[in-house]
Design a protein around this ligand. Structure first.
Ligand code: BES
Ligand code: MN
Ligand code: MN
Length: 460
């Protein structure tokens, strides 16, 4: 395995890392309106870099509405006549960093420690976006050309549902004409084990708002007679799932597609120790969920419900005796292949309205949603990927699914007819969305090499 692009990447690694740190210093938190300008700054930084390394038509694409609308970044290089066109995807936005006091070093001051770089967005997804860009730079610098035609589309709303890119892909499919998509926003199954992700869960993210009395009330004077919206909300939530992790919404499982026998067999042979996973990754006393199903089946192939927070009422230090007038809960559901967000939301909404306790009103709001996806593996792009990964990592590739969601991947198939190759380099313990997010520096380096070799292979 030798190419001048690989040599260029090796030589320039310290600079690549320094540049990544600059990108990580920009707090591009897509869900917080006060960080809108930071999102734009991250977009501009990425755009300028695509231009600098020799891509053409680098531009920002606007199009979203509201406070969490952030621009897309586009660039292309379409001079590899007769070669396939790849659509390269990643996201420059990040999740909020809280709780801040659990970070060992500040989230937007990237810090190297024991072979990792720690920062919000290190692995999800700025580190991987930068690996893609640096692979392109290395190929371009070494050959004055790319081995394939390239279109790059990065978004800044992945963590808030990806409305702008979804609209763009649906309304201007011709702008992103390609033969396949390359998505770097996933993980290796285990350290050192080359992995392609072939399935993602979809989701609906919702808000429940329960209202009782017309105003906040003294809980001594009115308690016992006035409805308490938090209690009502908890009663509703308690009826969403039973103690076996089974969702109680009628009809919710009707469309669930079971994994194939081949897939289940492949999952059984993955190097996985449930007890180790419980202790080191989850850190709970026991694992919960549907009995008789493996962790992989539960997290990759079954729908689930989670509650993320319950804003409202009194949450300060100490005690305040109040019956709040309203209570809210952020509730999401992960969906699996063949379920649709629209139907899942309808079933959930009708059920919640039916089980709502007397004395309160409820609003069930959909914040965002995305389809699950399951990707074909019998194509030449996947073959090129496994060949490249074998050269770089010295091992056969494992095919896994992931329980996470990347809403646009389903749309690449639906609207653009593209198969995706999900080649990501995170690790299971990289603390995505949590304090002390990190990206392993070796994976950053081998990730760049893998992407270089993959694109070279596709262009052969
Ligand atoms: N990169 C993740 C999804 C992911 C994580 C895929 C791990 C594979 C392995 C992505 O940035 C993410 O967090 N997506 C959100 C989606 C959303 C808010 C619509 C998610 O899954 O919660
Ligand atoms: Mn991501
Ligand atoms: Mn994420």
């Amino acid at each position: 395995m030798s190419s001048s692009a690989l040599a260029f990447a090796k030589q320039n690694h310290p600079r690549f890392l320094a540049e990544l740190k600059d990108l990580l210093r920009i707090p591009s938190i897509s869900t917080l309106p006060e960080h809108s300008e930071d999102c734009r700054k991250a977009a501009e930084t990425v755009k300028a870099e695509l231009k600098r390394i020799g891509l053409e038509h680098a531009r920002l694409i606007e199009g979203g509405h509201g406070p969490d609308a952030h621009p897309l970044v586009y660039a292309d290089w379409l001079h590899a006549a007769g070669k396939p066109t790849v659509l390269i995807y990643g996201h420059y936005d990040v999740q909020p960093p809280d709780p801040l006091d659990e970070w060992h070093t500040p989230p937007f001051e990237p810090t190297e420690r024991n072979g990792n770089i720690y920062a919000r967005g290190a692995v999800d997804d700025k580190g991987q976006v930068w690996a893609q860009i640096k692979a392109l730079e290395s190929l371009m610098a070494a050959n004055k050309a790319l081995p394939v035609n390239v279109r790059v589309i990065f978004e800044g709303e992945e963590e808030v549902g990806g409305e702008t890119i979804a609209n763009y892909v649906a309304s201007k499919p011709g702008d992103l004409k390609a033969d396949f998509a390359l998505v770097s926003d996933t993980e290796l199954f285990a350290p050192g084990l080359p992995t392609l992700c072939v399935g993602l869960r979809g989701m609906i993210y919702t808000e429940l708002e329960v209202r009782g009395a017309k105003t906040d009330l003294h809980s001594g004077i009115y308690g016992g007679a006035a409805p308490n919206p938090f209690v009502a909300l908890c009663q509703i939530i308690a009826k969403l799932k039973d103690e076996n992790g089974h969702i109680l919404i009628p009809g919710f499982y009707d469309d669930v597609q079971a994994p194939s026998a081949d897939e289940l067999k492949a999952w059984k042979s993955l190097p996985f120790d449930e007890e180790e996973y419980r202790k080191t990754e989850v850190g709970s006393k026991v694992l919960v969920g549907e009995p008789g199903l493996s962790v992989m089946e539960r997290t990759w192939a079954r729908p689930t419900v989670d509650v993320h927070g319950m804003p409202g009422g009194f949450t300060g230090a100490g005690a305040k005796t109040v019956i709040p007038a309203k209570a809210t809960a952020k509730v999401s559901m992960r969906l699996v292949p063949n379920m649709t967000p629209a139907k899942a939301f309808q079933l959930y909404k009708s059920y919640v309205e039916k089980i709502k306790p007397v004395g309160v009103d409820i609003d069930v709001r959909l914040i965002h949603s995305g389809d699950a996806c399951l990707i074909p593996t019998d194509n030449k792009y996947v073959k090129a990927a496994t060949k490249a990964l074998h050269e770089v990592w010295g091992k056969d590739t494992v095919f896994i699914r992931s329980g996470g969601s990347i809403p646009i991947v389903g749309d690449f198939d639906k609207h653009l007819g593209l198969p995706s190759v999900m080649m990501g380099f995170g690790l299971p313990d990289d603390n995505l969305h949590a304090p002390n997010e990190k990206f392993n520096l070796k994976n950053f380096e081998l990730g760049i090499d893998s992407l270089i070799r993959f694109l070279e292979e596709v262009g052969r």
